[in-house]
Design a protein around this ligand. Structure first.
Ligand SMILES: Cc1ncc(C[n+]2csc(CCOP(=O)(O)OP(=O)(O)O)c2C)c(N)n1
Ligand SMILES: [Mg+2]
Length: 346
């Protein structure tokens, strides 16, 4: 594939795959809406960054991965954790700060982790995951595996030193790391063009890594294009840089307004009405005779039910014991010199 998005048509996928993508995105939307509600009534504390509007990025980029592949992300990672296989109950319980949470209630919204399914964390420091992704890529290479590591980053992270250091070494060592920029065009309240004198397509150029573009509101394109990239990297193509263009429908975090002074109400309304990844896929499937409004309604009921159960699980889960407060601040090294988390070698 070359640099531009293929805009793959609906015929590129089987009905079962399309249904799967729609199902997932509905679950992510309902999950995040519930997280927002629970935050508003004080059941979730601390920071909380919702992924509403960007569901196609999680579904389209993570579905092509195997369970033993790795994904690592930012603090906007609830749905990516779900996509990689962390259970909705474990993610919700982590948001509630409960001991049954994915990180035992010690991480919260920005630090969901699922070592057993290759989800190597949400990271609160912008760009903090970039060096770790390089290490994961190196570990895959060192052990002679054929996995890939998808490193999600926001558009605000590409001007950081960590981005260039990580990509430079990944390129030198030909490591299987895919740098997927979730390009929603804003870093908090700052538009990308205000903080960068070059276009996104230039950011990887000095490392000899071509930039590819994906329409991240269109889940079919995202899934088809990203699947091709994953396979190329699995075959040894080395690091890739992918500009996944998307849009955030809500505020930067729960404490920010939806539009504010940095983007107009009209811009947000236009995107919400015309570029909703769930509505776009549902409409395409209906036009192709693959889905009815009743099917969509039934799927939605199922998604809401999964989220309700996750919420009940989180409500009923115990608080972490105060004695665990300082646990897992540093990783242990097991006797073989391999990194160790919660009794498991990772
Ligand atoms: C090193 C660092 N600097 C500043 C911050 C504060 N901060 C949190 S999110 C954010 C913007 C990041 O935007 P982007 O990378 O585009 O991701 P998005 O929120 O759009 O998903 C900033 C500056 C931080 N967390 N870490
Ligand atoms: Mg951004």
């Amino acid at each position: 594939m070359d640099g531009s998005s293929t805009m793959a048509s609906i015929d590129a996928l089987e009905k079962a795959d399309l249904m799967g993508l729609l199902n997932q995105m509905l679950l992510y939307r309902r999950f995040e809406e519930k997280a927002g509600e629970s935050y508003a009534i004080g059941k979730i504390g601390g920071f909380c960054h919702l992924h509403i509007g960007q569901e196609a990025v999680a579904a389209g980029c993570i579905t092509p991965l195997r369970k033993d592949d790795y994904a690592i992300g930012t603090y906007r990672e609830h749905t990516q954790a779900l996509a990689k296989g962390v259970s909705p109950g474990a993610v919700m319980a982590e948001l509630y700060g409960k001991a049954s949470g994915a990180s035992k209630g010690l991480g919260g919204s920005m630090h969901i982790f699922g070592a057993d399914v290759g989800f190597m964390g949400g990271h609160g420091i912008v760009g903090g995951q970039l060096g770790l992704a390089l290490g994961i890529g190196w570990a895959i290479h060192y052990r002679g595996g054929d996995q890939v590591c998808v490193c999600f980053l926001g558009d605000a992270a590409v001007n950081q030193g960590a981005f260039h250091e990580s990509m430079n070494m990944a390129a030198i060592w030909n490591l299987p790391v895919i740098y997927a920029v979730e390009n929603n065009d804003y870093g908090m309240g700052t538009k990308f063009s205000r903080v960068s004198d070059t276009d996104m397509s230039q950011k990887s150029a000095s490392h000899g890594v071509p930039a590819r573009v994906i329409d991240g509101q269109n889940v079919i394109s995202t899934y088809v294009d990203f699947s091709a990239i994953v396979e190329e990297v699995r075959q040894g193509a080395g690091p890739q840089f992918v500009d996944v263009q998307c849009y955030r429908f809500k505020g930067h975090s729960m404490s920010d307004p939806v539009s504010g002074t940095y983007r107009s109400k009209k811009e947000v309304e236009d995107k919400t009405e015309n570029a909703d990844p769930i509505r776009m896929l549902a409409d395409q499937m209906m036009e192709a005779g693959l889905l009815s409004e009743e099917d969509l309604e039934a799927m939605d009921v199922e998604a809401r039910d999964i989220v309700r159960k996750a919420e009940e699980f989180a409500e009923e889960a115990p608080e972490p014991d105060l004695k665990t407060l300082y646990d897992f601040v540093y990783s242990e090294i097991n006797p073989n010199g391999r990194l160790f988390f919660d009794g498991r070698t990772i």
